[in-house]
Write a protein that binds this ligand. Sequence first.
Ligand SMILES: NC(=O)NCCC(=O)O
Length: 394
Amino acid sequence: MDGETKSLESIIDNNLSSHDLEEFNRIYYGRKNHHEVPLKDSSIAAAKESDFEIAAYAFPAKKEHTRPSRIVKVGVIQHSIAIPTDRPINEQKNAIFAKVKKIIDVAGQEGVNIICFQELWNMPFAFCTREKQPWCEFAESAEEGPTTRFLRELAIKYSMVIVSSILERDEKHADILWNTAVVISDSGNVIGKQRKNHIPRVGDFNESNYYMEGNTGHPVFATRYGKIAVNICFGRHHVLNWMMFGQNGAEIVFNPSATIAAEAGSEYMWNIEARNAAITNCYYTAAINRVGYEEFPNEFTSADGKPAHKDIGLFYGSSYFTAPDGVRCPGLSRNKDGLLISVMDLNLNRQIRDRRCYYMTQRLDMYVKSLSRVLELDYKPQVVHENDKCKEKE
Ligand SMILES: NC(=O)NCCC(=O)O
């Protein structure tokens, strides 16, 4: 069964000699030593008591002559839902609040400056069902809804920037629903929001029945601790989505996700996409996934002839950070709630840009011209056939 493998790391750690493990770490993660950061005893005790995993890793940069280091502590939280999906909506939401608050409190005590949760963290991922009731009742105002009000207090208490992915109901625009990440500043104000740009139409991810592609573009939020952006789940398959956050100056891009091991979510791609985005765009990325199985009261079908079922599959957690040089830390487990902390020096972004020149060599002008041709109705793909060469010779 899916849930049995704790993590990729556990398979490796349990089966390699210390020499081979060091070599594996060097080749796969990008460094022999994970730069583990010690945690407070009280945090370890709280994590044990509330049954969540906790780990912290550093991504240092070289000391510079002209700029001080810009060390930021960034946290991500992955978690399962708290009570069964047939319970009243507000009860479900409040139970998730109570569970996640314990993890946020530990992050606050660890001095985390910016935190991000998984996609639609305050509800079950019910879009597989295609039912509108009662799931649409989870939707709330991004600015004034109960989730933002709940987080606002914690943001102020811990001077923490919080990225909260919710089902938004836009009350000012005829109650339309959106999949929205709300960015709350350390002073408790909503700085802005990112609506999901790419909506899946794959497997049981029936989200397009509920909301449309976002209309907020690629904003970068200038927070007290750094410039951040949010590429919501399915957007991680779209390289231009990642690219635009880089063009707008993002230093850290979060990828709050809800994804499963089956083909629709493709676990084998999870470890590549956010990492590749960090490399090509020379910024930090954080990929965050839900955890566990979520069973719904009514069966639904997948339009594939297979029997109707009540859950979408295992959300496999495995949240992780990647630095702009492509070095990554071990992921959280596949089946347990967790808090992953990264102590990152944001100076590394510019150091890597200077060293690797990916921005300088990117040829945007060429692609703008090519892409504008692609959009023309009578576009002919630039394909050269062997026969064309022969014709040229004649
Ligand atoms: N939530 C979401 O967009 N999931 C789609 C499946 C995937 O690509 O991960």
